[in-house]
Design a protein around this ligand. Structure first.
Ligand code: PEP
Ligand code: MG
Length: 750
């Protein structure tokens, strides 16, 4: 790159900075910028298009095009050359614009006479803000240096937009981070909450975008990169020579960090940007922005991960340069709603019950963070795209976990409606509290047992508050998932003992480790499986590598200390697996007794029915198990061959589909024939209408999230099961696909 191009670019940025320093309304500034760019680049036209909404670009300022078209000319994303630049986040440089593919004739602008067109995206950290265009009558292609210079200017415009430089009276732009924004995400945990944003990782704010002394900036950059290299080496040393999958992964990430931190190309590109007039911070951010844009475009998962690493590393570098640490000292508001890209279960537990709500940009329903949020009964919305780029610490925010909606900086009418919703939910809650001690008995006298699902100590207070009749499913793997190393037997025994004490004599069904599939323990070697949900998981791991399962069984026996003990084995697909697992338990019982430990007063051993195959097991199996618990989440995904984690198919098949209900009915009938107690512990047990239909199919025990016990009990107590059964039979006879419409209609009519 030539020295003269650098100084040209610096001169242009210098003029921009001077012009931005002058007081004036936002629109005036935008106009001045287009004038300066056109003048400096020797073009007749310079225009700035910014997004009006997600899909529409608007001409906000122009030098050279018809001024009347400002704020009138609009185009959709992908439409015309400007729309294409925005859509693809890439530069278009052509010497014959009217013949270029996608050119759209806009008579009101008078642009048809310009041949040369150079359009670059205006974006900040991968977020599209608009398009910057220069045009010229002369038939020419812009040089690489000119393209580069315009890209740097676009980045400055993006930064200025973020800082609100173009806002003011008569301006085309309204201030960013001040407007109400609605996010539609996914439901992670029901409930509604109002509060103020607390960012898990606050955004870095850059105020010095342009710098006129490249020598100083480069020295600052060098210092920061040296600092970064040392910290990466320190991290590598801290990780040390461990073994195991987690260690391997950590090392891999850190090695990538080191590679980037020492990458000459990375450093050179940033130094070139500084030469062109950017500050060290902006140069880092420009690289980061490019990485983020590419992240959204590369299909290869490995490459995407590496770009993620580069993004993280850039963040670290920015924090070093700006002195804005991970904790910026922002005080946690009294009613914090946590906003994060993603969060681990351990970190979430650290925040604990302080949080009113949680909004994640990524995350999934089955993620561990979601499980913890559910345990803590904190409303959670997942997949709220772009929330971390929009939300600022302290912003007013409302989280609607019932619908997966988030209102950021809501206006008055939304606030009012939302307050009504919260009040309504609170009223419902009151109603549920009033029936807490009452039985789950239907109008025609069927008595149900409603217990709760748990897995963390944080769940246990709900035993009392929800009115649950014991714990129908204790997911023991959660204790393994929230740690970073294998828990010891004594630790587990102490924990299980606590659980039994908290239950105070009520039944607690401990399910042995269900790992594999989505539940990967970082410290245990995991298999790379094409189909983990149908792979080496749960009891399959337990039987093939019985070490951990045996340790867990010993811990359970010791924790019982003579009290009754209920254990169930997950994911039993054929009866032999159950017999083999029970043999392990029998052996441990004998050996614990030999070692002098007090064995449980009684032991009941059950199997989880989570694959359709077990519903067809020999009668002997049903006679042998002490109880069966239907794991509806897995059973449903295998019955319909629809991945429970895949948003595209997750909701495709209704639980109240007659085929699935018939399967449930058949299981209940088989259990009744042999007098085997049967319960249902999948998420559907906690949905009132589903629970009612299960009861109509003959189920008398349901285990669910504590927050669902009230709503389920309330509906059961108001229903006549014989009537529901008749409605279901009618729907079946008619050939309905799902009984839901008929049941809902019946509910409405009553
Ligand atoms: C189930 O599959 O329904 C179940 C309760 O187990 P998990 O959700 O933990 O797989
Ligand atoms: Mg399961």
């Amino acid at each position: 790159m030539s020295q003269s191009t650098d100084s040209q670019s610096r001169a242009l940025l210098g003029r921009l900075r001077e012009s931005l320093a002058v007081e004036g309304a936002g629109q005036e500034r935008l106009d001045r910028i287009t004038h300066i760019i056109a003048d400096s680049m020797g073009c007749e036209v310079c225009s700035i298009y910014l997004f009006r909404d997600d899909e529409t670009l608007e001409l906000c300022a122009t030098e050279g095009l018809n001024p009347e078209s400002v704020r009138k000319t609009r185009m959709r994303l992908g439409e015309g050359l400007v729309g294409r630049v925005a859509k693809t986040s890439s530069t278009i440089n052509t010497d014959d614009a009217p013949s270029a593919p996608g050119f759209r004739f806009m008579p009101e602008t008078g642009e048809e006479i310009y041949s040369a067109f150079l359009g670059v995206p205006i974006q900040r950290l991968g977020e599209r803000l608009g398009v910057l265009v220069v045009q010229s009558k002369t038939v020419r292609k812009f040089t690489e240096d000119e393209v580069y210079a315009l890209e740097v200017v676009a980045m400055v415009v993006a930064e200025m937009t973020e800082l609100g430089a173009f806002v003011g009276e008569g301006a085309a732009l309204s201030a960013r981070h001040q407007q109400p924004v609605l996010f539609r995400g996914g439901i992670g945990q029901e409930g509604a909450a109002e509060g103020h944003v607390y960012l898990h990782e606050p955004r870095v704010v850059i105020t010095n975008v342009i710098a006129d002394d490249p020598v100083t900036e480069k020295a600052r950059m060098q210092d920061a990169v040296d600092h970064l290299r040392i910290s990466v080496d320190d991290m590598l040393a801290a990780v040390g020579n461990g073994t195991g999958a987690e260690h391997k992964e950590q090392m891999q990430v850190l090695e990538t960090y080191r590679m980037f931190a020492n990458s000459k190309g990375w450093m050179r590109r940033m130094e070139e940007d500084i030469d062109r007039g950017l500050s060290a911070e902006s140069a880092v951010e420009k690289e980061q922005s490019t990485a983020r844009t590419r992240m959204g475009q590369v299909p290869d998962a490995y490459l995407r991960e590496r770009l993620h690493d580069l993004d993280d590393l850039s963040n670290r570098l920015l924090r070093i340069l700006t002195g804005q640490g991970a904790s910026t000292g922002a005080e946690m508001p009294l009613d914090p709603i946590l906003v994060a890209r993603n969060i681990g279960p351990g970190e979430l537990l650290e925040y604990g019950r302080k949080l009113r709500g949680i909004v994640l940009e990524e995350g999934s329903v089955g993620s561990h963070a979601a499980i913890v949020a559910r345990a803590l009964a904190i409303p959670l919305v997942i997949n709220a795209r772009r929330i971390t780029t929009e939300a600022l610490n302290g912003d007013h925010i409302m989280v609607d976990g019932e619908q997966g909606i988030v209102h950021l900086r809501p206006d008055e009418s939304v606030v009012e409606a939302f307050k009504d919703k919260i009040a309504m939910l609170a009223k419902d809650q009151e109603r549920y509290t009033s029936i807490r001690e009452k039985p789950a008995e239907t109008l025609d006298g069927a008595m149900l047992t409603l217990s709760m699902n748990a897995g963390l100590m944080a769940d246990l207070p709900s035993l009392e508050s929800s009115g649950a009749q014991g714990v129908g499913l204790f997911r023991t793997e959660l204790q393994f998932l929230v740690r970073n190393k294998m828990p010891k037997r004594a630790e587990l025994a102490a924990l299980y003992s606590h659980v039994l004490e908290a239950a105070d004599g009520q039944r607690v069904v401990f399910r042995t480790l269900d790992i594999g599939s989505d539940k990967v323990l970082p410290y245990m070697n995991s298999q790379d499986e094409p189909n983990p949900a149908m792979g080496w998981r749960a009891i399959r791991v337990g039987l093939d590598k019985p070490g951990v399962m045996r340790m867990q069984l010993q811990a359970l026996i010791r924790a019982s200390a003579g009290r009754p003990l209920s254990i169930m084995f997950p994911f039993i697909a054929q009866s032999e697996e159950f017999y083999a697992a029970r043999d392990y338990l029998d052996k441990e019982l004998k050996s614990e007794a030999r070692l002098g430990h007090t064995v449980p007063q009684t032991v009941e051993v059950g199997a989880m029915l989570e694959t359709p195959s077990l519903a067809f097991a020999p009668r002997k199996f049903f006679e042998s198990v002490d109880f069966i618990s239907i794991g509806g989440n897995d059973l449903k995904q295998f019955f319909f061959a629809a991945d429970r984690e895949n948003e595209l198919v997750r909701r495709r098949y209704d639980t109240l589909n007659v085929s699935f209900l018939s399967l449930i009915e058949q299981i209940v009938n088989r259990c009744n024939e042999t007098g085997t107690p049967v319960s249902f512990c999948g998420e559907d047990a906690g949905r009132p209408v589903e629970a009612l239909c299960f009861a109509a199919m003959g189920l008398r025990a349901l285990s669910m999230r504590p927050a669902s016990i009230g709503p389920v009990k309330s509906l059961l107590r108001r229903s006549n099961l014989a009537e529901v059964k008749a409605v279901i039979e009618d729907a079946r006879a008619r050939g309905d696909q799902s009984v839901r419409p008929a049941v809902l209609e019946w509910m409405r009519s009553r």
